[in-house]
Design a protein around this ligand. Structure first.
Ligand SMILES: Cc1cc2nc3c(=O)[nH]c(=O)nc-3n(C[C@H](O)[C@H](O)[C@H](O)COP(=O)(O)O)c2cc1C
Length: 221
């Protein structure tokens, strides 16, 4: 009998489409990958790609157990990529023991992915304050309601705490919770992947070298 692909009852093996994006050539690649990232992000925003700033963030515990979750990118500059979270979450426990993480962007409509490998460090209190102050009041209150909690018995506790915080800060600025803030991910490898017809995808990789410049090379699909 011919070996069969694994079956889930759904014919997932037949789910495929052709990825027909434009060429990604070395001639179009700037010396600084953050510049290319900015151009790709701008394109995703211009094309109104849904959740264009969403990325999968993968961390790994000191003992080698990986985990991933979606996050929103809140900024990027020559120093790296910035996101915000609660410092008492799983990802932050991982980062305490192992500061390396991988970020993955996927812009489906453009058939593009960007893979980032980086070393993370916490933002300063001043940076955290500045960004927290710019968030909608509901998000500020939610962050305070969840502050210090990990496992909870049910959703009611959060709702009660949200109401209490709302009443407490009525008419006043909602202060930054103690366990809330951001990270900056300083990349040392960034891959730009452009889906191409017939699975002949373009992959350009930038590796950070010892002298601080980036080495550009191409990988086979
Ligand atoms: C599209 C999307 C965006 C998200 N953005 C964030 C974010 O910016 N910050 C955050 O802490 N959690 C965000 N979350 C929730 C995380 O995926 C995750 O549930 C949370 O950070 C706890 O993860 P951890 O327990 O692995 O640390 C987002 C979820 C989705 C689906």
């Amino acid at each position: 009998m011919k070996p069969q692909p694994p079956s889930t009852g759904l014919n997932l093996g037949a789910e495929r489409r052709d990825y027909a994006g434009p060429r990604l050539l070395e001639a179009d690649a700037p010396a600084d990958p953050l510049e290319l990232f900015a151009a790709w992000m701008q394109r995703a925003l211009d094309e109104q790609v849904m959740d264009a700033t969403a990325m999968a963030v993968s961390t790994c515990s000191a003992s080698g157990r990986p985990s991933s979750r979606m996050m929103l990118l809140k900024g990027h500059d020559p120093q790296g990529f910035v996101f915000f979270t609660r410092y008492s979450t799983h990802k932050c426990q991982d980062l305490l023991g192992n500061p390396r993480a991988a970020l993955l962007f996927y812009w489906r409509e453009l058939v593009r992915q960007v893979r980032v490998e980086a070393v993370l460090s916490r933002l300063s209190e001043a940076e955290n304050r500045a960004y927290f102050a710019s968030r909608p009041r509901e998000s500020q209150l939610s962050a305070r309601a969840a502050s210090g909690l990990v496992e909870i018995a049910g959703p009611e506790l959060l709702e009660q705490r949200y109401q209490a915080e709302d009443a407490r800060w009525q008419g006043r600025e909602v202060p930054l919770p103690e366990d809330w803030g951001g990270f900056r991910a300083r990349p040392d490898r960034i891959e730009f992947w452009q889906g191409r017809p017939g699975r002949l995808h373009d992959r350009l990789v930038y590796d950070l070298t010892a002298d601080g410049s980036w080495r550009l090379h191409r990988l086979a699909p």
